[in-house]
Ligand binder design. Structure first.
Ligand SMILES: C[S@@+](CC[C@H](N)C(=O)[O-])C[C@H]1O[C@@H](n2cnc3c(N)ncnc32)[C@H](O)[C@@H]1O
Length: 338
């Protein structure tokens, strides 16, 4: 069902969200939340200790208090429980990096004027922009990996995992840290990301089990068969035809009883909800004319056309869906429930 907007109020709600996001964003970037977590204090103390202007720190504290991100007692501000959980960078459930992603998400919209006009070239995103995106979203792996272990028991055994479009390698690194028998290979076309992923893996003593290679997934050639293939936030960048071509290639790299693990932001069949899905679709389209959010039926069609059999779909959080498939080669008797 399409959402019915309420009167003139809606205009103000939109503006409200916009201003609130920027205020939270500034608090994260300027370490204001972090500082207040360790040293609850007055705006004057906060301004003095961080060397910021009191004329801005004071209204920021008032705003964040009014919006529910800060507590206030007398003139002393501190983090609310919610902010402590999600905005304090040292919290194990820190999610502020998602708000920080406005840094990368607003960029493609800035050139909307040229992008809409047929007479102007639609400029592709730069390598640096893709590196920034992959870097910003990398911490999500920490939240998703426990879910993957739960859903795909093979990941707890001794699997070899191929991560296609691995970005900073956060999935492979987190998987390998939590399962010391797991090995893997990540490929990405950005040299910087692959190199950085190698460095992180080395710094955590994982270099003997996981490797990263610079490679274009559209020219991917790999002669071995692996236990799991992970493809996270990658299909969204390509057209249906390209994805079928890519998945067909990958199907020959998966062992008969192996798993294809897709992480994507899906949208329902009516392309209305979740609202995040359709907004994200707009953002993707501003990045590339081939990019889009897919529906589950479209993913199923891609799988069918590339010799995979759909096994399951689960929404992890709004904006992140897990789809699991197996090779069509496996017979029904040997197929485990997933
Ligand atoms: C949105 S990021 C996802 C990164 C990671 N999989 C994740 O979910 O955190 C997309 C990644 O795909 C990579 N990529 C895009 N096109 C590619 C191509 N043709 N070949 C290899 N990698 C590609 C990008 O460099 C980027 O790291």
């Amino acid at each position: 069902m399409v959402i019915k907007l309420k009167g003139i109020e809606h205009i103000f709600h939109l503006t409200e969200h916009f201003l609130e996001i920027w205020s939270v964003y500034m608090g994260i970037k300027l370490d204001l939340f972090d500082y207040l977590q360790k040293h609850p204090g007055t705006p004057a103390e906060l301004a003095e200790n961080l060397n910021y202007r009191i004329e801005l720190v004071k209204p920021w504290c008032e705003t964040m208090w009014a919006c529910g991100y800060l507590n206030k007692k007398d003139e002393t501000y501190s983090l609310t429980r919610w902010s402590k959980n999600f905005l304090w960078k040292e919290s194990p459930t820190y999610l502020g990096f998602i708000i920080q992603s406005i840094e990368t998400q607003y960029l493609p919209f800035l050139s909307f004027n040229n992008k809409f006009k047929k007479t102007e070239p639609f400029l592709p995103y730069s390598s640096q922009h893709m590196i920034d995106i992959a870097t910003v979203i990398a911490p999500i792996a920490k939240f998703v990996v426990p879910f993957l272990f739960n859903e795909i028991p093979l990941l707890k055994m001794k699997p070899f995992v191929l991560d296609i479009g691995c970005g900073l390698g956060a999935y492979l690194i987190t998987l390998a840290e939590r399962n010391t028998k797991l090995r893997g290979l990540g490929i990405d076309k950005e040299y910087f990301l692959v190199q950085r992923a190698e460095e992180i893996a080395r710094s955590r003593g994982l270099q003997d089990r996981i490797r990263f290679l610079q490679m274009d997934l559209l020219e991917f050639e790999f002669s071995e068969e692996v236990d799991c293939i992970l493809i996270s936030n990658v299909l969204q960048a390509f057209s249906m035809e390209t994805n079928i071509q890519l998945l067909s290639q990958l199907s020959s790299n998966l062992k008969d009883d192996g798993y294809l693990i897709i992480l994507e932001c899906l949208i329902d069949e009516s392309r209305v909800s979740p609202k995040y899905g359709i907004l994200f679709n707009m953002y993707l389209r501003m990045e590339s004319l081939n990019a889009r959010t897919y529906t589950l039926s479209e993913i199923k069609l891609m799988l069918e056309k590339s010799s995979f059999r759909f096994l399951s779909h689960k929404s992890i959080i709004t904006g992140l869906d897990l789809i699991v498939a197996q090779s069509l080669k496996i017979s029904d008797e040997r197929r485990p429930n997933c």
